[in-house]
Design a protein around this ligand. Structure first.
Ligand SMILES: *Cc1c(COP(=O)(O)O)cnc(C)c1O
Length: 351
């Protein structure tokens, strides 16, 4: 593993970060005339006339307890998508560096790379959707800065073999980002425990899936203090709004409710997988450790269109490598899952 500083872009190394009014003041005061806010208040209650905490200290304190990680290893972004974008900004020189993805996988790694003019290299997963280490190794050169691993993977639903990921962590000199957006639905251990061992490891998690807070936009990056400091230095000063901070803090007190939802979703996922696999048009329901199923089904496009005509929207992933005739179906409520099953049963008679 190279020193993180050697991976960093030069302009970021030299960057003098923006100092917000909230950064420059410390101590106690009760009259705040330093940030050009509206001192009279907001047109709505509760008031939102003050800038939010740029360091989201209260949320991090709570996450420290939940995740068992010191605050210095936690970065918060406006969704994981902001964390992805910031990693490119910090480490990848446009037009020079490259990154490696493992398709079929989450689309934002590639889109965000293109936005920053970073070359995307693809090491396809094997036919059983595992990492192909030889293919990955072949693509690595001195300009390879980030290796993206999504586990459990979207859209395939499986978690990768733990030891394959460890081999990558032990051998790759750049950053290894493990996206654990679906980890709460999986039996696999999070890589959080490995952070102390690997200074080049970044773990992404999100409140958008298991926590049921996609609308609030809160993504988390767990990494070495050095990497977290860099992300904090380049983020927009007030990247997490006050409303999000307050609501997230309230939600983080509801772990029991969240755990109960996770149990229900996992149970319904397994039931749905079992029932869908009995349909004769279905060729495969891939093993899922997430809150969705990848289903290989005859005439997938036609099924997709017909479901849509009945007001049920799923994702057609047929164009992704290795996913011919595959639909990605999110686990719904019990009622929604029953409706989907009924529609599929009717549809398979017509195709
Ligand atoms: C849904 C998802 C995310 C979440 O992104 P947010 O910006 O946090 O909502 C991240 N990674 C993967 C693989 C996802 O499927």
């Amino acid at each position: 593993m190279k020193d993180v500083n050697l991976l960093l872009r030069n302009n970021i190394k030299k960057l003098v970060p923006y100092a917000s009014a909230r950064d420059e003041f410390s101590g106690s005061a009760h009259i705040f005339l330093d940030a050009n806010e509206n001192s009279l208040g907001s047109p709505i209650t509760p008031a939102f006339n003050r800038y939010p905490d740029p360091h989201q200290v209260r949320i991090k304190e709570r996450l420290t307890q939940i995740k068992g990680l010191p605050e210095k290893n936690i970065f918060l972004g406006n969704g994981s998508d902001e964390c992805i974008d910031l990693l490119y900004r910090a480490f990848c020189n446009p037009g020079v560096d490259n990154i490696i993805i493992h398709p079929p996988t989450y689309g934002m790694y590639e889109v965000s790379a293109h936005i920053h003019d970073i070359e995307v290299r693809r090491a396809l997963l094997t036919s059983d959707f595992e990492l192909n280490l030889a293919a990955t190794e072949e693509l690595i050169d001195e300009h390879t800065k980030i290796l993206w691993i999504c586990s459990p993977n979207n859209p395939t639903g499986n978690a990768f073999d733990h030891s394959s990921i460890e081999i990558i962590l032990n051998n790759f000199d750049g950053l290894v980002v493990i996206d654990e957006a679906y980890i709460n639905f999986s039996r696999q251990q999070s890589f959080i425990r490995d952070l102390t061992e690997y200074p080049n490891l970044v773990i992404l998690q999100t409140l958008s899936k298991a926590w049921g807070l996609a609308g609030l936009r809160l993504g988390m990056a767990f990494a070495s203090e050095k990497i977290v400091d860099i992300l904090n230095k380049i983020k927009a000063p007030y990247n997490i709004g006050q409303a999000t901070q307050e609501l997230v803090l309230a939600a983080l007190g509801e772990t029991e409710k969240v755990n109960s939802m996770i149990r229900d979703i996992v149970r319904m996922r397994n039931e749905l997988a079992e029932k869908i696999s009995r349909l004769s048009a279905v060729m495969n329901v891939y093993h899922s450790e997430a809150n969705f199923l990848l289903v290989k089904i005859k005439n997938a496009r036609q099924i997709y269109e017909s479901l849509l005509a009945e007001g049920v929207v799923v994702r057609d992933r047929s164009s992704a490598p290795g996913c011919t005739d595959c639909l990605r179906i999110t686990v719904g409520t019990g009622e929604q899952n029953d409706r989907l099953l009924n529609l599929l049963q009717d549809l398979e008679k017509t195709i």
